[in-house]
Design a protein around this ligand. Structure first.
Ligand code: HEM
Length: 414
């Protein structure tokens, strides 16, 4: 885009993400000219925009110096948005060591590569059912019919939540993470919508906890309900927040990676052909889709002392926003970063973060993407847009809300 300057670029206004998608040109300018940039605008509290791969690693690996706080991400000041001290949840993402590690240990063994690989058959079955579900038509909204259902089905199944309640989980999770998007808002102000969704979540999970304490099973809900931190029962607010985090964190993110992945394949037919011809590319393709789409736009840290980063003086109390999609196009790390390449290997992307808060669900998300794209490559042909896409109004988690597609199906392999 001609005429971009550091003083005038906008990487925060959510409406711009609706209109244009991710501001990759702005981030490229920042990486080139001001990789640690003091972003000061009328519509937000100032913060450092961190756009280089190496700097995000430096910051993320020092959780003592760059702490996570109640304010998870930077946002424009909009009426009704909760002030930072009014945390709606108290969960892993806004905890710090040593408390953070103790809480993470409650469920971490259920998300290791070995534990997740045991779910492969099940995830494959869900993926196959979803694609079979659109097989009797030639058009669908890929988001609502396929990609939104996948992560929700998988995590709800892990929790032991009955199918009849999956739709409600979906609605509440949308309302919490997409709070600034009018489609997901639930009336009233953004804050009221968030509080209402949290209350409904908490009521539901309280009942689930009570049930699992009486009737323990081998599921994630039981692991949390009976979980202990430093030998103590988890306090109610933290416990219910943990449930909400696990439902929400994997939902919008994996959905947007799936939708954005299909969109990327449609726009790069040569890559799609490669994947169809050689299913063994499934792993590298899923990884490239995650890099390419980078559904989490940014998380925030706060400096606990004066320090320096790339020659810039950071003061105690300054906020830093870690721009993961920018790191994932860093010319110093990736060869041809703007090329979507299903064979890319190695692929050191930071879409899941790194260090203390590295995504707990990364292995699960990878598995879900591998399975759904295996199914798509095996069954779907001639996929094209059947109408315009619409994007989420958020500069925190980005993606496509609706994607009408037209396609032809191939018969199921025997
Ligand atoms: C493509 C899909 C996904 C992406 C791009 C993604 C991205 C991220 C990122 C960037 C972070 C924070 C890293 C940081 O602050 O340093 C994170 C944390 C987290 N993610 Fe994911 N995520 C995805 C899927 C999932 C799934 C499926 C789950 C399932 C439960 C999940 C659960 C979590 C949790 C619990 C945390 C907090 C970890 C902590 O603070 O220790 N995520 N994720």
């Amino acid at each position: 885009m001609a005429g971009l300057t550091l003083d005038t670029i906008d990487i925060l206004t959510p409406d711009l993400y609706v209109e244009r998608g991710y501001p990759h040109e702005e981030w490229a300018l920042l990486r080139r000219e001001a990789p640690v940039y003091w972003y000061q605008r009328d519509n937000c509290d100032p913060f450092w925009a961190i756009t280089k791969h190496a700097d995000i690693i430096t910051v993320s690996r020092q959780p003592g110096l760059f702490r996570s706080t109640q304010r998870l991400f930077v946002a424009i000041n909009e009426p009704g948005v909760p002030p930072p001290e009014e945390a709606l949840l108290r969960q892993l993402l806004n905890m710090n060591p040593p408390e953070h590690g103790a809480y993470r240990a409650v469920v971490s063994r259920r998300f290791t590569p070995a534990a997740v690989s045991k779910l492969a058959g099940h995830v494959q079955e869900i993926a196959a059912q979803l694609i079979e579900g659109i097989a009797d038509r030639e058009q669908c909204d890929f988001v609502t019919d396929v990609s939104a259902k996948l992560p929700l089905a998988v995590i709800s199944e892990m929790f032991g939540i009955p199918r009849s309640d999956w739709e409600m989980m979906f609605r509440l999770s949308n309302a919490m993470i997409g709070a600034t998007d009018p489609e997901y808002m639930r009336g009233g102000t953004i804050m009221e919508g968030l509080q209402q969704a949290r209350m409904e979540f908490f009521e539901y999970f309280s009942q689930l906890v009570a049930d699992r304490r009486k009737n323990p099973r081998d599921d994630l809900a039981t692991a949390l309900a009976l979980g202990r931190v430093n030998g103590e029962e988890i306090p109610p607010f933290e416990l219910l927040s943990y449930f909400a985090l696990l439902i929400i964190a994997g939902n919008e993110t994996t959905r947007n990676a799936t939708t954005g992945g299909l969109y990327a394949l449609m726009n790069n037919p040569d890559q799609w052909e490669k994947l169809k011809r050689d299913p063994s590319l499934n792993r590298t393709a899923a990884e490239e889709i995650i890099r390419w789409t980078s559904p989490v736009i940014q998380f925030m840290r706060v400096a606990t002392a004066d320090t320096e980063l790339r020659g810039q003086k950071i003061r105690e109390g300054d906020a830093l926003a870690l721009y993961y999609p920018s790191a994932n196009r860093d010319e110093e790390v990736f060869e041809e970063p703007f090329k979507f390449d299903v064979r890319r290997h190695p692929n050191y992307h930071l879409a899941f973060g790194i260090g203390e808060h590295y995504c707990l669900g990364a292995n699960l998300a990878r598995l879900e993407l591998q399975m759904i794209f295996r199914e798509i490559a095996a069954r779907m042909d001639c996929v094209e847009l059947a109408g315009p896409i619409s994007r989420m109004r958020s500069s925190f988690v980005g993606g496509i809300k609706h994607m009408p597609i037209r396609y032809k199906m191939r018969p199921k392999a025997a």
